[in-house]
Design a binder for this molecule. Structure first.
Ligand code: SF4
Ligand code: SF4
Length: 275
């Protein structure tokens, strides 16, 4: 399998939520056992065949207090590309579920990872949030929909060819059609998708409009705007707002210094000269 994936230039996403204890907390096999060992066996096959991989790590309540531990573990596995995904689930009557990461946890998690990364791994390990923020601080567009000014770059296709506006919105009202009946360019031109792309409420959200981190955050994902009753509410404050704010505020001076390195065409590892 590894050879086939390599020969056909696959990029494989592999979910690892930390070391064995943290990963197995929620990720169980059908038999109820932890899946960590199987996942690592799979990772080793991919690494042996030099298949491109991107590790996806979800941040939830149980691992949200362990940013440095999670990062050091991924590093020890020889992982090079990492994407962190905060989990926030609405729960009727409660706001969000108990497994959701909190705003404070999320911000501190990302700061702790950033601190561990900048100490030793700039240019060696690539973390999508950091790369994206640096690119945005230099005037490039976000390559993550969550931090783009508009939604629309997260179209999802189901096993039967049905295509939806976003993997957070796999509901009938967001179905764009089926790939067996329409070509992809026609699907993304549909009025449903055009309307979906304007979903971000930053234009009407006073706290976002006045926010001094808005140029990097752009109001984050509208699917994580949830009111106290546990309903999606486009006009509610983002559940992780305080976390994003803390994270981007922390990053800002380093982005400035790294941006200076980019402008002078020298490696970003020299950023401390410009702090
Ligand atoms: S709802 Fe969230 S995940 Fe979907 S396109 Fe918008 S920002 Fe991206
Ligand atoms: S940090 Fe909060 S207020 Fe600022 S843009 Fe992001 S969600 Fe809006």
């Amino acid at each position: 399998m590894g050879a086939f994936l390599k020969q056909n230039h696959f990029l494989v996403g592999i979910s690892i939520d930390g070391d064995e204890e943290l990963h197995d907390y929620y990720r169980k096999t059908k038999a109820g056992r932890g899946s960590y060992r199987q996942v690592i066996e799979g990772l080793r096959v991919l690494q042996r065949h030099q298949v491109e991989t991107n590790v996806l790590t979800v941040i939830q309540n149980h691992n949200g207090g362990h940013g440095r531990r999670v990062y050091q573990h991924l590093k020890s596995l020889g992982v090079q590309f990492i994407q962190f995904i905060p989990i926030v689930e609405p729960e009727k009557g409660k706001g969000v579920s108990s497994r959701s990461v909190s705003d404070i946890q999320f911000g501190q998690f990302m700061i702790d990872v950033f601190e561990a990364w900048r100490e030793a791994d700039i240019g060696k390990i690539f973390i999508s949030h950091f790369d994206n923020a640096l690119g945005m601080s230099l005037g490039m567009p976000s390559n993550i929909c969550v931090h783009s000014p508009q939604c629309g770059d997260n179209i999802v296709m189901e096993h039967n060819g049905d295509v939806y506006s976003c993997d957070h919105f796999v509901y009938p009202e967001f179905k764009l059609g089926n790939l067996k009946q329409k070509d992809y360019p026609d699907l993304i031109e549909t009025p449903i998708q055009q309307q979906f792309s304007t979903r971000k409420p930053i234009g009407s959200q006073l706290h976002c409009m006045r926010c001094d981190q808005r140029d990097l955050c752009n109001g984050a994902c509208p699917a994580q705007r949830i009111n106290d009753e546990g309903e999606l509410a486009i006009d509610a404050k983002h559940v992780l707002c305080a976390g994003y704010y803390a994270f981007f505020s922390h990053l800002r001076p380093y982005l400035r210094a790294m941006g200076e390195c980019v402008r002078r065409n020298i490696p970003a590892t020299y950023y401390q000269k410009f702090l």
